[in-house]
Design a binder for this molecule. Structure first.
Ligand code: IMP
Ligand code: MG
Length: 173
């Protein structure tokens, strides 16, 4: 493999920013508990790092979704590969995602989770590529807005590789 990774956001900057966002979340959820819904697999590293700095009581659940084939992509329908273990009813739910790109996945997912009647439903993302948005999504917490480049690391993959990199990078051939 003749690939090199150019660092876009260093490990120090990523962790520093996650702590800042955790502080905002602590402030917003004072006196409440947070039910974190991690979107697998990309959201795993961000969920763990964020949760370390949350001081309100936190519970976790995990969900895995995948887009249907390209021909149905415009419908924005995603397939639930692994559903949550616990109900959301009455909980203050914070969805934790790696990246919002077209917005299709999250717009569908949020609608689906809203039907389960959480007390509140918010969205936190490590990365956002606003230039790529096709469907509007209300993002409550964003760590970084990035340009339209394919990124890897900190949970994000290219063909399942590079998720373990402790920084955000761009693959260069
Ligand atoms: P959306 O439905 O287009 O917003 O797609 C979001 C999903 O596409 C993310 O959860 C990622 O799994 C994947 N994705 C989008 N952009 C990137 C990228 O730059 N690197 C890695 N995965 C990406
Ligand atoms: Mg994802």
């Amino acid at each position: 493999m003749n690939e090199a990774i150019r660092v876009l956001i260093s490990e120090e900057k990523v962790t520093e920013r996650i702590r800042e966002v955790a502080a905002q979340i602590n402030e917003a959820y004072q006196g409440k508990s947070i039910h974190l819904v991690c979107v697998l697999k990309g959201g795993v590293f961000f969920t763990c790092e964020l949760a370390k700095y949350l001081h309100v009581p936190v519970t976790f659940d995990f969900m895995s979704v995948s887009s249907y084939g390209d021909d149905t992509k415009s419908s924005g329908v995603v397939k639930i590969v692994k559903d949550l273990d616990q109900p959301l009813e009455g909980k203050d739910v914070l969805v934790v995602e790696d990246i919002i790109d077209s917005g299709r996945t999250l717009s569908y997912l949020l609608k689906l989770l809203q039907e389960r009647q959480p007390a509140s439903l918010r969205l936190c993302t490590l990365l956002d590529k606003p230039d790529r948005r096709v469907i509007d999504v209300d993002v409550d917490y964003t760590c970084f807005e990035i340009p339209d480049e394919y990124v890897v690391g900190y949970g994000l993959d290219a063909a399942q590789l590079y998720r373990n990199l402790p920084y955000i990078g761009v693959v260069e051939e």
